[in-house]
Design a protein around this ligand. Structure first.
Ligand code: MN
Length: 227
């Protein structure tokens, strides 16, 4: 028996292809990783150093439903490649970075854009706009043995069948190995860490009743209903 003074929080898991679960330790999200999205958010698309924010592990949600969150009237979709790590470390060289990847999936970085905008204006952290309950809808992670290391392929997001976001993995400013290597210089990465790899342009608002269909060529499709 454990000796905790309160009930221990559960390990949060997301599904994988094949039925076993992937335990999530940390969630790193990169900002402005597609030039066209940086431009639409009012920023210079030049290759400045990458920056990351975090969601909470239990924000990831594979239920297929996204409950419209409170305190916002401008909740945006961001379709992103999800990278799941099977191991980690510090100061990981670029040449070894992909050795730490267990698999890939499709995810949505749902964003309370109005709250994020207020925080940006005040120079405050983004958590209130990014790390809220069920803010990370995800599909099943697929192992590298099934999908390889996808570095090109169409990324698209449809809402109610209408195309909203479109890009290609080959347009990512910071590639997956670069993100892993960079993060490992600042944090100790470990098995269970996931990276949301940034979104192409076309981010926009959803309302209750909308159905989002996120697709990444070669990785999969994720359908999520806003409830
Ligand atoms: Mn994002």
């Amino acid at each position: 028996m454990s000796d905790y003074v309160i009930p221990a929080p559960q390990v949060h898991v997301i599904p994988t292809e094949g039925g076993k679960e992937f335990p999530v330790r940390r969630v790193y999200c990169i900002g402005r990783n597609f030039a066209a999205h940086a431009v639409e958010m009012g920023h210079d698309p030049d290759r400045e150093p990458p920056f990351f924010f975090q969601k909470n592990p239990n924000n990831l949600d594979a239920s297929g439903e996204f409950p419209y969150p409170p305190h916002s009237s401008d909740v945006h979709h961001e379709v992103e490649l999800l990278v799941g790590l099977k191991s980690g470390g510090t100061n990981i060289p670029l040449s070894e970075a992909l050795d730490h990847v267990w698999g890939y999936g499709v995810s949505l970085d749902m964003t309370r854009r109005d709250l994020q905008g207020q925080m940006k204006k005040m120079g405050r952290p983004w958590e209130i706009g990014k790390a809220f309950e069920r803010s990370g809808p995800v599909g099943s992670l697929r192992p590298v043995s099934a999908v390889g290391h996808p570095d090109q392929g169409r990324v698209a997001l449809l809402v109610n069948g209408e195309l909203r976001q479109e890009g290609d993995l080959n347009q990512m400013i910071w590639k997956v190995p670069e993100m892993i290597s960079y993060l490992s210089e600042y944090f100790e990465l470990a098995a269970g860490d996931v990276i949301m790899a940034g979104t192409p342009s076309g981010v926009n608002a959803v309302v209750a009743g909308d159905v989002m269909e996120a697709t990444i060529e070669g990785v999969g499709t994720l359908n999520v209903k806003v409830v």
